[in-house]
Design a protein around this ligand. Structure first.
Ligand SMILES: NC(=O)c1ccc[n+]([C@@H]2O[C@H](COP(=O)([O-])OP(=O)(O)OC[C@H]3O[C@@H](n4cnc5c(N)ncnc54)[C@H](OP(=O)(O)O)[C@@H]3O)[C@@H](O)[C@H]2O)c1
Length: 293
């Protein structure tokens, strides 16, 4: 898996198509998608445009997509996978993730709610049962590897303990304000890749790119603060998924290079701020937590 990933959680069809195309032109070969983002079709169009323009071939790409919470019942997994392939116009998927460990009421509604506005969960399926259905997809040959997203270390250990095919990757929020060292250590031990989402803290306050430790390293090393946060992510052994609709930022985020070891230590030892920006890991409901500035 290329360590530099471009995330496609982008509101708007045109914006998705343009940003994905710009990311491919900038050199990104790893795209993170999801049925929940409701834009796999536009990502697929951007991929096709790039292939037709001879910019790349399918084999050059590493494509991740994800099973949403309303499709956890084993009999819904294969159809959900096929639909993602169709929308993305792909014959195979490199990595298929269970988007969250929370099963919602099975059906076409991605966000099923009761009359009080509460999410309707599905107690009729376990995470292990859903995992078994993903293992079957790998046996089918069109799904090259499988993994989990938004899981705690405890849930991950449960799956690792019982799985026939081990998770290849785990996608969680991670940045200098949420380094997830314990999860990373466990994954390293078990040969599981950690994909860090929101590597720039989703540009939310307190802003990772304004952190004095990050900005001072950036100044000393003639990089931008975003390049420092992204290089740190790769150098400590994670893949990152960053997102931008700005062509300048997209190119900047691909042009990263190694940090000196003392900078790596400084980020680990001197940054004391601790923030989780996205509440999905606790609820299964997507969304960055709004906070007052
Ligand atoms: N598994 C999950 O539950 C989950 C949840 C959330 C996200 N994700 C995945 O992770 C991807 C990335 O998440 P994210 O959007 O939070 O990533 P992020 O890269 O931390 O944040 C993106 C924000 O940072 C800004 N930005 C990007 N490059 C910048 C730069 N060089 N300098 C300054 N600001 C910059 C962007 O604004 P501009 O557009 O103005 O550049 C945007 O507002 C998503 O697209 C999705 O694929 C997964």
């Amino acid at each position: 898996m290329p360590a530099l990933g471009f995330g496609t959680l982008i509101p708007g069809a045109t914006e998705t198509r343009n940003a994905t195309r710009t990311a491919l032109e900038a050199g990104f070969r790893h795209l993170d998608c999801a049925e929940r983002y409701r834009n796999e079709e536009q990502v697929g169009e951007a991929i096709q445009q790039a292939i037709q323009a001879d910019l790349l071939t399918r084999q050059d790409l590493f494509i991740t997509t994800k099973l949403w919470n309303n499709n956890h019942r084993p009999e819904r997994v294969q159809p959900a996978f096929e639909s993602s392939c169709d929308r993305l116009q792909l014959d195979y998927i490199d990595l298929y993730l269970i988007h969250t460990p929370f099963a919602f009421q099975p059906g076409d509604e991605q966000d099923p709610r009761d009359e009080h506005g509460q999410v309707v969960h599905d107690s009729g399926v376990t995470l292990v049962e859903t995992w078994r259905a993903l293992e079957d997809l790998v046996d089918g040959g069109r799904c090259k590897s499988i993994g989990l997203s938004d899981v705690t270390l405890e849930r991950l250990k449960e799956i690792v303990a019982v799985s026939r095919i081990k998770p290849a990757a785990v996608q969680v929020e991670s940045h200098p304000y949420l380094p997830e060292w314990h999860l990373l250590d466990f994954c390293r031990e078990h040969g599981i890749v950690v994909q860090a989402f929101a590597p720039l803290g989703h540009a939310m306050e307190p802003r990772v790119v304004d952190d004095p430790v990050i900005t001072s390293i950036a100044q000393r090393n003639h990089k931008t603060p975003a390049q420092v946060a992204l290089a740190w992510a790769v150098q400590r052994g994670t893949a990152f998924l960053t997102t931008s609709t700005s062509p300048r930022h997209i190119r900047e985020n691909f042009e990263i290079s190694a940090l000196p070891e003392d900078a790596m230590r400084e980020i680990r030892d001197h940054i004391k701020t601790s923030v989780r920006f996205n509440s999905v890991v606790g609820t299964g409901v997507p969304g960055f937590i709004p906070r007052s500035k």
